[in-house]
Design a protein around this ligand. Structure first.
Ligand SMILES: *Cc1c(COP(=O)(O)O)cnc(C)c1O
Length: 398
């Protein structure tokens, strides 16, 4: 079989097991490839395309911005940076923001904040609690914090200063940190994304918040994937009524334009001073405009509500259609962040779904992940079910 020219990339490093499609354009929750075949987008560029593709209000705003200014450097002020930071502070209940470009960069900044928080208190070798199956990115520090040997394999020695604990077990957390004066922070995703859509329970979130207060630790919550409205609240931890001290964001914040942010509350807002941290592209005028417009459009189009209602509809439709199938372990998740765990590895389903006209991904070997744009309609959710369920049924009979 010969490969179509657009699927041949001899000069691009082979870091992804790519599927055989090259996308040409999109509109709403649909994409078209270079051959004109259309796909329903159940993946949203991995929880990035909050407003779908070619949103009719985002596109002219970005065109306007590109025609004016793309980048100036952090030597000068960018008015939309303050506007976006103020908005993020308002919706998070926190106060100050550092802007960067990606999720790993936001997490790296959070880890540096936690270490400096420790050093400022006289702790020379600060330690940070992290979790099994966590994913925080692929820099050396963030892959060290990640709880997946596949991500770490081949990149040792890992960064030290991490203590790893299981999810949702407050006693295990207390035991792992007992009598340790060097602990400075607890760091986790409210709903683990790459790890297989595993949520932290509301009760546990409250217990960890209380423990962090009691011990003077920073509570750092990686909302890179589960945040930005995906679960029906701005940030997934808000279902527990808690506020973290540090919150890295990225993915959905710019609806496709690269942007990351670390939001900090009073305990962490003033740890960094001039010269402590920086990034050339962070907070540039294009990314800031994308963030400001994304949040504005999300509010005006009530997309948090849409994520909650369409997500609940999709989850229950999947549960109903897959009920009684012994090969389906669980349909879980919240809002438009859903996982279908099968009893066997199902990586092949990503390509089968592609051929059937549906984009999705498989994480943790056996979990089908759906993280579509937050503009998904009920009819589109039904279409996902109609394409996906027969594929799962056929796969489980093999
Ligand atoms: C994707 C992701 C990251 C890494 O983000 P990049 O932009 O790929 O660096 C970090 N944490 C979580 C929870 C993620 O889902």
């Amino acid at each position: 079989m010969t490969t179509a020219p657009e699927l041949d990339q001899p000069h691009v490093m082979n870091t992804y097991g790519r599927l055989p499609a090259a996308m040409a354009y999109g509109k709403g929750c649909r994409l078209w490839d270079v051959n004109g075949k259309s796909y329903l987008d159940g993946l949203g560029g991995i929880a990035v395309n909050t407003l779908g593709h070619a949103h009719p209000r985002l596109v002219p705003a970005l065109q306007d911005q590109i025609a004016k200014l793309i980048h100036t450097s952090n030597y000068y002020y960018t008015p939309n940076a303050e506007k976006l930071a103020a908005k993020l502070a308002e919706i998070s209940g926190m106060s100050n923001v550092f802007f960067c470009c990606t999720g790993l960069e936001a997490n790296e900044a959070a880890l540096k904040l936690a270490r400096k928080y420790g050093h400022d208190k006289g702790i020379d070798k600060p330690q940070i609690v992290v979790y099994e199956h966590a994913f925080h990115g692929r820099s050396i520090a963030t892959l060290s914090a990640t709880g997946n040997p596949k991500v770490q394999q081949g990149f040792g020695p890992l960064v030290e200063g991490f203590i790893r604990v299981p999810l949702n077990d407050i006693e295990a957390l207390k035991k792992a940190t007992a009598g340790n004066p060097d602990v400075v922070a607890v760091f986790f995703e409210t709903i683990q994304g790459e790890g297989g859509i595993h949520p932290m329970r509301v009760e546990y979130l409250k217990q960890v918040r209380a423990l962090c207060d009691e011990r003077g630790w920073l509570l750092m919550i990686d909302e890179v994937q589960c945040g930005m409205g995906r679960t029906g609240k701005w940030f997934a931890h808000q279902w527990a009524g808690i506020v973290p001290d540090v919150m890295p964001l990225a993915k959905g914040l710019g609806s496709g334009v690269p942007i990351g942010a670390v939001v900090a509350g009073p305990k962490a807002a003033h740890i960094f001073g001039p010269g402590n941290h920086g990034t050339t592209f962070g907070g540039n005028p294009l990314a800031m405009r994308a963030g400001v417009e994304t949040l504005r459009i999300m509010e005006e189009e009530k997309l948090l509500q849409n994520a909650a209602t369409v997500g609940a509809h999709l989850k229950s439709a999947l549960q109903k259609a897959l009920a009684g199938n012994p090969g389906v372990r669980e349909v879980r998740g919240q809002g438009l962040m859903l996982g279908i765990e099968l009893a066997k590895p199902c990586g092949v389903l990503a390509e089968r779904a592609l051929h059937a006209g549906l984009l999705l991904s498989v994480t943790a070997d056996s979990v089908i992940r759906l993280v579509p744009p937050l503009i998904l309609s009920t009819a589109e959710a039904d279409e996902i079910v109609a394409i996906l369920v027969p594929l799962i049924d056929a796969f489980l009979k093999e």
